[in-house]
Ligand binder design. Structure first.
Ligand SMILES: NC(=O)n1nc(-c2ccco2)nc1N
Length: 331
């Protein structure tokens, strides 16, 4: 009936807007209780009128159990592994961060540019995944696997509220692959372990295991009970449309289409800009809501990335800069 259809459409719009404000803008405008009340009302409508429960409904209907394991997905564009740099002994900064100095200098020389612009990002310590959207609708999600082939965990990813089931706004390509990290926020990790201890269940060793373990559950109903989040940080396949010429502009575009992107991402120029960012993020590491194990520097313009190319599978245009290993506090 028309009034029921109208009510469910209004509830969907309100819930999707609330997801966007909470996960993308980090600026919720309704309480969790109000959010849950609207979700329950929509679930009740869908229970009474099943044709309302389409795959892109925010009720994120839990799919069937993946009996016998996950299907394999071949990544049309391999998911890159980043070369990484560690700190070394040395009198001055260029000595201590020699690998970063070499990385940046090689780009200056190859592209004949002074102090090139980089997209600089926290290196999230979760599970890398690739999300495929066709005509703006989420159709498939896969783990990184070995970079060439991963596991199809679409049903589980549908239960992650930070992942849009359909894109927001307009102007997206016909086919768009967005890559990023599924993470378990620290507060959700602590809550999970509090619950596990109280109910004599095995606590998680760290949030990364929480994300990996939750996503690799064969039963999506279990994944749905684990609070997971997601942050986009790269693009894969793009067909039937184009993206901005720089990575930083693409990340902003992804936010507008409904993807969470870490608020810590920024742009920096030259070696000094990279090291300033490394120190800045290093200083606030323990206050971030998610675990990170370093930062990532990426040459910002895609034309420059193409010109720099790759060494084996690791790009010449990007590098991860790891913090010294932290003594893991036993939890
Ligand atoms: N783990 C993480 O946070 N990553 N990983 C990349 C990446 C890997 C390959 C291309 O980009 N970027 C960020 N921020």
């Amino acid at each position: 009936p028309a009034d029921i259809v109208a009510r469910s459409a209004a509830l969907r719009a309100q819930i999707e807007q609330a997801n966007y404000r909470y996960h993308v803008l980090d600026d919720a405008d309704i309480t969790d209780a109000e959010y849950d009340r609207r979700m329950r009302e929509l679930e009740a409508l869908e229970a009474e009128w099943p044709e309302l429960a389409t795959t892109d409904s925010p009720t994120r209907k839990v799919g069937a159990r993946a009996s016998g394991g996950f299907a394999e997905v071949r990544h049309a564009l391999p998911m890159l592994s980043l070369g990484n740099a560690f700190e070394q002994e040395g009198e001055n900064e260029r000595e201590r961060f020699r690998e970063i100095a070499d990385f940046e200098r090689r780009i200056e020389h190859t592209l004949e540019r002074r102090t090139p612009v980089f997209s600089v990002e926290p290196k999230l310590d979760g599970l890398a995944i690739s999300l495929r959207y066709e005509d703006g609708v989420f159709v498939q999600g896969a783990t990184r696997g070995d970079g060439e082939t991963g596991e199809d965990v679409t049903a589980n990813l549908r239960t992650v509220r930070a992942i849009p089931l359909k894109l927001r706004g307009s102007g997206w390509p016909a086919v768009l692959e967005v890559r990023g990290e599924v993470v378990m926020l620290r507060k959700d990790f602590e809550a999970f372990n509090d619950y596990a201890r109280k109910h004599d269940e095995k606590p998680l060793a760290n949030p990364r295991n929480g994300a990996a373990g939750s996503l690799r559950q064969l039963d999506p109903a279990i994944t749905a009970k684990r609070r997971l989040s997601f942050f986009a940080y790269a693009i894969g396949v793009v067909e039937g449309g184009e993206l901005p010429p720089t990575h930083s502009a693409t990340l902003q575009q992804l936010r507008e289409w409904g993807f969470p992107v870490s608020p810590e991402v920024d742009v920096a120029r030259g070696f000094d800009g990279l090291i300033a960012y490394f120190r800045r993020i290093g200083a606030k590491r323990d206050s971030l809501p998610y675990d990170i194990d370093g930062v990532v520097y990426k040459l910002d313009d895609y034309a420059g990335q193409r010109e720099m190319g790759f060494v084996s599978r690791a790009p010449r245009w990007a590098i991860a800069h790891k913090f010294p290993a932290q003594e893991q506090t036993t939890r």
